[in-house]
Design a protein around this ligand. Structure first.
Ligand code: ADP
Ligand code: MG
Length: 222
């Protein structure tokens, strides 16, 4: 049998006397859209921080596709296909939508350079960026400066930036934070559609219970 996409074993984390994670065991399988819910302070962000490598664990093991990554730095996890977004908006506000997505696309294509194609071709980069923008439903906005987008579209752009590195597993920490109900449903439907493409497995932290239960394949309560 294949190893699960991500396996967590006996994960522990404390901040002084605050126990943020206590003996957490979890398994994430490919293609399963998972939501993590729980009250403020339950330890949702801490978990994602540890899974993605932005926070060291106290003890326990993290295995990605069967490979131990417990102490691997975050950028190496990204190379393996494990990516995350943050609870606060993280884009380049002065760059256009296109350029925001082009930065990670360039990084991936430079890394994938081959002996017989030593240069990154502009046409390949352009095609890839356009593909990502199309997948997140951005067309005409490509040349808009990111700071001019609505809050909902900024968060969607973040998803696009994360997708541009072609992750196998993507954690989104409260992708709907600060959104109105209409934007909220819209971005989550987008995530549902992207999940059904089958390229990336999504795990999201979300507050709205109704949306969580209607759009997720699996719900984890912390
Ligand atoms: P959630 O995302 O579910 O709201 P967090 O993972 O952010 O919860 O926080 C879990 C607990 O750990 C909270 O009690 C929080 O105050 C504490 N905590 C989180 N990060 C830190 C930190 N860097 N230093 C000290 N305490 C922290
Ligand atoms: Mg949080």
């Amino acid at each position: 049998m294949n190893a699960p996409l991500l396996k967590i074993e006996k994960l522990n984390k404390a901040f002084g006397r605050v126990i943020a994670a206590s003996n957490i065991d979890l398994t994430f399988e490919p293609g399963v859209l998972t939501s993590i819910i729980g009250p403020n302070g339950a330890g949702k962000s801490t978990l994602i921080d540890m899974f993605s490598g932005s926070l060291p664990v106290d003890s326990g093991r993290i295995l990605f596709q069967g490979v131990g990554i417990t102490h691997l730095p975050d950028h190496q996890r990204v190379k393996m296909g494990l990516c995350r977004s943050f609870q606060v908006v993280n884009i380049f506000p002065d760059l256009t939508v296109f350029d925001n997505v082009q930065i990670p696309v360039l990084a991936v294509q430079k890394r994938a350079k081959r002996l017989f194609r030593p240069v990154v071709r502009e046409v390949d980069v352009h095609r890839e960026v356009s593909d990502v923008l199309e997948r997140i439903g951005f067309g005409a906005e490509a040349l808009t400066v990111a700071s001019a987008l609505s809050h909902g579209d900024k968060r969607l752009l973040e998803v696009g930036i994360a997708l541009a590195v072609r992750p196998r597993l993507l954690f989104l920490d409260e992708p709907t934070a600060g959104m109105n109900p209409v934007e909220r449903v819209s971005i989550l439907k987008n995530i549902r559609r992207l999940s059904e493409e089958g390229k990336t497995t999504f795990v999201i932290v979300e507050h709205d219970m109704d949306i969580v239960f209607s759009l997720s394949d699996r719900v984890i309560v912390l």
